[in-house]
Design a protein around this ligand. Structure first.
Ligand SMILES: CC(C)(COP(=O)(O)OP(=O)(O)OC[C@H]1O[C@@H](n2cnc3c(N)ncnc32)[C@H](O)[C@@H]1OP(=O)(O)O)[C@@H](O)C(=O)NCCC(=O)NCCS
Length: 246
C-alpha cells in the first residue's frame, strides 16, 4: 500500500479546498461547473478504488481523473515509469488522455533582469492572476503568497505583466509554479526574470533542487535555458469515464 507523507497529507486536507480521504486514498469533488472528479492519490488498494469511484458517482461526476486536482494536487499525473500502477489503472478502465513532464531541477540560477521591468515579492491581491490565468492559478498563487513565495513583474510605469510562484503546492518539497506572463509581454525576458527570482528564493530557503510540475514537452526548453534539469518524469493523465452509456 502506498502512503502519503504526513506533511503532504496535512496540506491536502487543509481548508478551503480540502480533499476527501477514502481510507489511505484521496479524492477531490468536481469544482463548481465541472463534472470531473480527481483521484488525487490512490493507495493501490482495489477496494478503495471502488469506493472512490462510488464517491465520484455520488457527486455526479462524469469522469474521474488520476492525479490532480489542479490547485491542490498530490501528483500532477500518473508516473509513466510506474508500470504496475499504470497497468492497474488500465485494468480498472482508466485510459490515457494526455501526458506532460515533471522536471527536477537544480535551483542555482543567474538572475535575469529586463530593462524597464521590476520583479519583486508580492503581497497584493490576485485579481490580475485570476483575470489572466483563471481562478485555479489565483488560488494556488494565494497559497504561495501565504508562504512568501509569490513574485510579480511590473513595468516601470506600473502595469502588471505577470507572476511567478513557489510553494503553492507541496511546499515542504520545494515546488515551483505556477508562472504566467501576459501574452502581450511575452518574449522579452519577463518570464525568465520571474522564474529566476522564484528559483533563487527556493534556493535561499534551502532547496538545492526543486520540482517544476505539469510542464508541456515544448515548454521544458524555457526551463532548460535557466536551470540545470536533473531529471524528467513523464506523467500521464489517465481518466475513467463514469457517465452512463460510455
Ligand atoms: C512560459 C512563459 C512564462 C514564458 O514567459 P516569457 O516572458 O515569454 O519568456 P521569456 O521571454 O523570458 O523567454 C526566455 C527564453 O525561453 C524561451 N521560451 C519562452 N517561452 C517558451 C515556451 N513556452 N516554450 C519554449 N521556450 C520558451 C524564449 O524563447 C527565450 O529563449 P531565449 O533566451 O533563447 O531567447 C509564458 O510563455 C507564459 O506565461 N505562458 C503561459 C503560461 C505557461 O505555460 N506557464 C508555464 C507552465 S509550466
Amino acid at each position: 500500500m502506498a502512503l502519503i507523507d504526513a506533511a503532504t497529507l496535512a496540506e491536502k486536507l487543509a481548508e478551503p479546498r480540502a480533499l476527501t480521504a477514502v481510507g489511505a486514498s484521496l479524492v477531490a469533488a468536481p469544482a463548481p461547473g465541472s463534472t470531473t472528479a480527481w483521484l488525487a492519490w490512490w493507495s493501490g488498494a482495489d477496494d478503495e478504488l471502488a469506493e472512490v469511484v462510488a464517491q465520484a458517482r455520488d457527486w455526479g461526476a462524469a469522469r474521474l481523473v488520476a492525479g490532480g486536482p489542479p490547485g491542490n494536487y498530490v501528483e500532477s499525473g500518473v508516473d509513466a515509469g510506474d508500470a504496475a500502477r499504470v497497468a492497474a489503472l488500465r485494468a480498472a478502465g482508466f485510459a490515457t488522455t494526455g501526458e506532460h513532464l515533471d522536471l527536477r531541477v537544480c535551483t542555482e540560477v543567474a538572475p535575469v533582469t529586463v530593462a524597464g521591468v521590476s520583479v519583486a515579492r508580492c503581497a497584493e491581491n490576485l485579481d490580475a492572476v485570476a483575470a489572466a490565468f483563471g481562478a485555479g492559478w489565483a488560488w494556488e498563487a494565494a497559497r504561495a503568497r501565504g508562504h512568501g513565495g509569490l513574485f510579480a513583474a511590473h513595468a516601470d510605469e506600473g502595469a502588471w505583466l505577470g507572476f511567478g510562484a513557489h510553494s503553492g503546492n507541496l511546499a515542504h518539497r520545494g515546488t515551483f509554479g505556477p508562472i504566467g506572463v501576459l501574452p502581450a509581454a511575452r518574449g522579452r525576458g519577463v518570464g525568465a526574470a520571474l522564474a529566476t527570482a522564484v528559483f533563487a528564493d527556493l534556493r535561499a530557503r534551502g532547496f538545492a533542487e526543486a520540482t517544476v510540475p505539469w510542464v508541456a514537452e515544448a515548454t521544458a526548453a524555457f526551463y532548460a535555458g535557466l536551470v540545470t534539469i536533473a531529471a524528467r518524469t513523464r506523467r500521464l493523465t489517465m481518466a475513467l469515464r463514469l457517465s452512463t452509456g460510455s
